[in-house]
Write a protein that binds this ligand. Structure first.
Ligand code: ZN
Length: 264
């Protein structure tokens, strides 16, 4: 089977295990069906996710000019505490920012290699946790806008990590953590403005990834540099393909690469 198209973050569906999908021009691929098969990626050219031109990808799937211009790559995406739509203040496009920022957001704890705090739109639960390769996660607060979620995350960052060790996540060197206990411990550090939105009762969510065999150590595939790669797919975790020879490929980290994908 041969597919061709621009790499984008995989779609997921919760299940036991989680189901992964890739969307190509005329095809939809359930990646779980590809486990144990031989996969060949070839880098053909770039395709910016915004302007669709063949320009080198700068960050987040965008070419450099789109990254600095498109409303969907504003600083408040990565740093939610910089959100200003709740004040009616524009960053790049107020209508867009109102639509995205002024909706329920969740501050959560997720454990993918260690416990970390993060922010997501409520509509992105549990997608966000799946994308991070978290095997367990819990909500801490549900607030009405992105700004409140951002300042809560900033306050909690002094007491819990905000980064994942992706190598540990992919080699599955993980510990079970008592996330309900963590939530209780962190409550005193939630800012006053967000305290009314604290979630007291919700339980942990556990996620099961489709991985047949975890690598002992990982080497990251730089497709842009090597041009092509072929290997047997042994698992999918977070947004990574895991191959039999310990190679891992971050699909999300390579958004905007136009590739062909052969499966045999
Ligand atoms: Zn562009």
């Amino acid at each position: 089977m041969q597919y061709e198209g621009v790499l984008r973050k995989m779609f997921t569906e919760i299940g036991e295990p989680i189901q992964y999908y890739m969307e190509f021009k005329n095809d939809f691929l359930n990646v779980n069906q590809v486990l144990n098969k031989s996969v060949e990626f070839t880098f053909l050219h770039y395709e910016c996710l915004n302007c669709h031109l063949d320009k080198p990808i700068f960050r987040q799937g965008f070419c450099q000019s789109c990254f600095f211009e498109t409303p969907s790559a504003g600083d408040w995406i990565m740093r939610p505490e910089l959100s200003t739509a709740h004040l009616g203040k524009e960053d790049r496009n107020l209508a867009y920012e109102k639509k995205v920022q002024l909706q329920p957001h969740i501050v959560y704890l997720a454990n993918s290699s260690n416990v970390k705090v993060g922010v997501t739109r409520k509509s992105q639960v549990p997608t966000r946790w799946i994308d991070q390769g978290a095997h367990e996660a819990i909500e801490i607060v549900e607030v009405p806008n992105r700004y409140l979620a951002g300042i809560t995350e900033v306050a909690l960052k002094s007491h819990v990590a905000d980064k994942t060790n992706w190598r540990k996540m992919l080699t599955n060197q993980i510990d079970e953590e008592d996330l309900i206990g963590w939530r209780r411990k962190l409550k005193p550090f939630i800012p006053e403005e967000a305290l009314d939105y604290f979630i007291e009762t919700q339980n942990e969510t556990h996620l099961q990834f489709p991985v047949l065999q975890y690598p002992e150590k990982v080497k990251s595939l730089n497709l842009k540099k090597v041009g092509e790669y072929k290997g047997v797919l042994k698992g999918i975790k977070g947004q990574y393909f895991i191959f039999e020879d310990n190679t891992v490929f971050n699909i999300r980290g390579n958004e905007g690469l136009y590739v062909s994908l052969g499966i045999s």
